[in-house]
Design a protein around this ligand. Structure first.
Ligand SMILES: Cc1cc2nc3c(=O)[nH]c(=O)nc-3n(C[C@H](O)[C@H](O)[C@H](O)COP(=O)(O)OP(=O)(O)OC[C@H]3O[C@@H](n4cnc5c(N)ncnc54)[C@H](O)[C@@H]3O)c2cc1C
Length: 403
């Protein structure tokens, strides 16, 4: 019995049935893989050439390396090929050649149908217990099962409670649930100037560090009326969101990262050079074509430099602040957007309680947990679906047919 017919559950079902083991999928929706349809903005970035543990966060990351082996990655690629998926690989990011997420959903469903795997649609598992066998209380009936694979994903995006019901049952059965937070999500910040930068998109580096963690992310940054968004924000959110429960956290933004400028001194030299080559220009004019003028004007304002001032006329202290704002702009992050805006959930079943060779629970025999239900969270780039395929294949091969 597999609870959840999403990316990981469908994978496990196909692998099991190909081994000759009968399997049934229980799915609360009236279709399989609904979330797949919204991935990668409808294009589905389903894997990444550079599939390494560095691209994942987990409260207990020690065992992740054991999952991201060359062999497991090869198995995932072979599985995807075996269900007919033809990739288009862009800078290591895998998409279906059709660039349509629906074609990934179709490939999985076609294989499920060809293998005659039954799917009980509109069936929500509300509670699970083990008394010898497993008893799954659904909105329809109580179903008895010898083996159960939990593949219920998370409440991210659709923000429905069903995945949490199963986590709750697993907790009652003795498993640890690492606290759940929205992941790959936009960040809210403190400031009175957001109206002035809202709508600006640029390539930047955003960084966070505390005594335990240092995380730098380079990529597209969107400045919004509540704080920041864009791919690099989403990636940083996986590190930051759990820390926000305690208190606000300050990050820094390097607006000049794409010019390979990372220090105040480098910014000063760059600016002095430009000032020399382009005489008779004010600071804001020197930044024409480098930054969005709205951002330049804001950074000047926050550095107490009047608009249209020339570099040589700027007070030394204010120039210093301006240079700092360019390469290390401090932003106080106070919170994140909600589960509805999140692509994934951080947290889930503690991976230490799972045998990652088979995905079987170390605490409850014949119970398996895969995909996003586990405390394994990937960055943007095909890592979360990648983990769903890999863990689904592991469980599909891990279930023993003899007990
Ligand atoms: C907007 C968005 C964009 C994304 N883009 C990407 C991307 O480009 N690349 C990438 O790698 N990842 C992406 N992801 C993340 C990715 O979709 C998920 O990590 C992945 O689908 C997780 O697979 P899963 O099998 O664990 O869970 P899901 O695919 O979510 O499947 C879980 C299934 O279980 C069912 N279910 C849940 N609870 C119950 C219950 N109690 N009873 C019965 N059924 C239940 C659900 O209805 C669902 O069908 C994105 C996510 C979102 C929201």
């Amino acid at each position: 019995m597999i609870i959840g017919a999403g990316a990981s559950g469908l994978t496990a079902a196909i692998v099991l049935k190909r081994r000759g083991i009968d399997v049934i999928l229980l799915e609360k929706n009236n279709q399989v893989g609904k979330k797949i349809l919204v991935t990668g903005s409808g294009k589905c970035n389903y894997f990444n050439e550079k599939f390494e543990k560095e691209f994942f966060t987990s409260k207990n990351p020690e065992t992740l390396g054991e999952m991201m082996t060359d062999e497991n990655i090869e198995d995932a690629k072979q599985f995807l090929t075996s269900i007919g998926i033809v990739p288009k690989i862009k800078n290591g990011y895998y998409y279906p050649n059709s660039m349509k997420a629906v074609s990934i959903q179709n490939s999985l469903l076609t294989e499920i149908k060809n293998l005659n795997i039954p799917i009980f649609y509109n069936t929500t598992v509300i509670e699970m217990k083990k008394e010898g066998h497993f008893f799954l209380k659904t909105n329809q009936e109580i179903i008895e099962a010898e083996h159960v694979i939990v593949a219920t994903g998370s409440r991210a995006y659709f923000d429905t409670e069903e995945p949490s019901l199963i986590l709750h049952s697993l907790e009652n059965m003795g498993h640890t649930v690492v606290p759940i937070y929205p992941g790959l999500v936009q960040l809210e910040a403190k400031g009175s100037f957001f109206k002035e930068w809202a709508g600006i998109r640029l390539d930047a580096k955003i960084s966070f560090s505390n005594p335990q963690i240092r995380k730098d992310v380079v990529g597209e940054l969107q400045l919004t009326d509540y704080g920041i968004s864009g791919i690099c924000t989403l990636i940083l959110s996986n590190t930051l969101v759990p820390l926000l429960k305690e208190k606000s956290q300050t990050i820094t933004i390097n607006f000049l990262n794409s010019f390979h400028i990372s220090t105040k001194e480098e910014a000063r030299r760059y600016l002095e050079n430009r000032n020399q080559n382009l005489p008779n220009r004010s600071l804001d004019q020197l930044f024409d074509t480098i930054l969005d003028y709205k951002l330049t004007n804001l950074l000047l304002k926050l550095s107490d430099i009047p608009l249209h001032t020339r570099m040589e006329d700027v007070d030394a202290k204010n120039l210093d602040t301006f240079l700092k704002n360019l390469v290390s702009f401090p932003l106080c992050i106070t919170g994140s957007k909600s589960y509805k805006n999140a692509q994934i959930c951080l947290g889930g079943i503690d991976i230490r309680e799972i045998d990652v060779k088979t995905m079987e629970s170390k605490l409850i025999k014949n119970l398996y947990v895969i995909g996003e239900a586990l405390d394994v969270s990937g960055e943007c780039g095909g890592y979360n679906l990648g983990f769903a395929w890999i863990s689904g294949i592991k469980a599909g091969n891990g279930v023993r047919s003899d007990d």
